[in-house]
Design a protein around this ligand. Structure first.
Ligand code: IPD
Ligand code: CA
Ligand code: CA
Length: 280
């Protein structure tokens, strides 16, 4: 990828470096955050660690690629309308970094060890690099468009389940209790009896990485943002899986209601969600 090397650093190397640095710093702050505030709802939390990690990543990216655009969760006003607007204003940029500096803030606040740093680079709206880092397990999930996806240096592949009945599926419980949560609950009600079991770990980006690495058969959630999904979407497609919205339309940066899977179960999964009217 020689066209992607600037000043000796490839896009992927910078993404990995940012995720590793931010993740290590976040880990040192586990159990020691000093400020906790609410954003869009009583379930939507933010700490000084979320903000500090984003600043660290933004500064590093801008040092290497000052011409690039940057969309980070903490630079955007809370709530779905503001997020959609923020994405619209940059989504056609030539190079756009899409960053969730700490995905799983609720877990971080409670010292529940399941959270991640999610960094994607999109070229004209298409994700070309995706990195998700879990600092607790020191697991770095990396994908480059057309070059596969790796964890701990090993090529990843999705799981082999062919049916929902054999599948382990994850979801999340959205902070938006007016719109997204009731729809997600409809999907949950419908899917629980149809699958092997459901998990909800509390980091959408890490759930996506787990679908890519074959640890989960699928994941869906209503009301996510581009920074929750961009890196994970490339991890999954480069691992042989499928990412769409809950109605089955192909993934793009604007997708908020995601259905991601190993591919084999995808049609059945999307059909079950649609029958439950979980996406509208
Ligand atoms: C949240 C996590 C969680 C999901 C929420 C997200 P945050 O992100 O991904 O798993 O259920 O919908 O908002 O706020 O911790 O970055
Ligand atoms: Ca998030
Ligand atoms: Ca976050």
């Amino acid at each position: 990828m020689s066209e992607q090397v600037v000043g000796g650093k490839s896009f992927t190397a910078v993404a990995i470096n940012c995720a590793a640095k931010a993740g290590e710093w976040i880990k040192t702050k586990l159990g020691n955050h000093t400020s906790l505030s609410l954003k869009y709802s009583a379930q939507d939390l933010v700490t000084e660690v979320d903000k500090g990690a984003e600043t660290m990543i933004r500064n590093l990216v801008m040092t290497h690629f000052p011409q690039h655009s940057f969309l980070g969760e903490e630079g955007v006003q809370p709530g779905p309308e503001a997020s959609t607007k923020a994405l619209q204003s940059v989504r056609d940029a030539e190079y756009l970094w899409i960053v969730d500096p700490l995905d799983g803030t609720t877990n971080f606040v409670h010292s529940f060890p399941f959270f991640s740093v999610s960094i994607a680079l999109a070229h004209k709206g298409e994700v070309i690099v995706g990195v998700v880092y879990d600092p607790i397990r020191d697991e770095l999930f990396v994908a480059e468009k057309g070059k596969g996806a790796y964890v701990r240096g090993r090529r990843m592949g999705v799981s082999a389940e062919e049916t929902l009945r054999d599948s382990l599926i994850a979801t999340g419980f959205p902070a938006d209790q007016q719109y997204a949560l009731p729809l997600n609950m409809k999907g949950l009600q419908a899917l629980v009896p149809q699958v092997r079991n459901i998990r909800s770990g509390g980091s959408a980006a890490l759930h996506m990485a787990y679908v890519a690495s074959g640890r989960l058969s699928g994941f869906w959630e209503i009301g996510l943002n581009s920074w929750d999904l961009a890196a994970g979407s490339l991890l999954i497609t480069e691992s042989g899986g499928r990412v769409t919205d809950v109605k089955g339309s192909p993934y793009d940066l604007g997708v908020r209601h995601v259905a991601a899977s190993n591919g084999h179960i995808h049609d059945e999964f999307v059909q079950a969600l649609q029958q439950a009217e979980s996406g509208s």
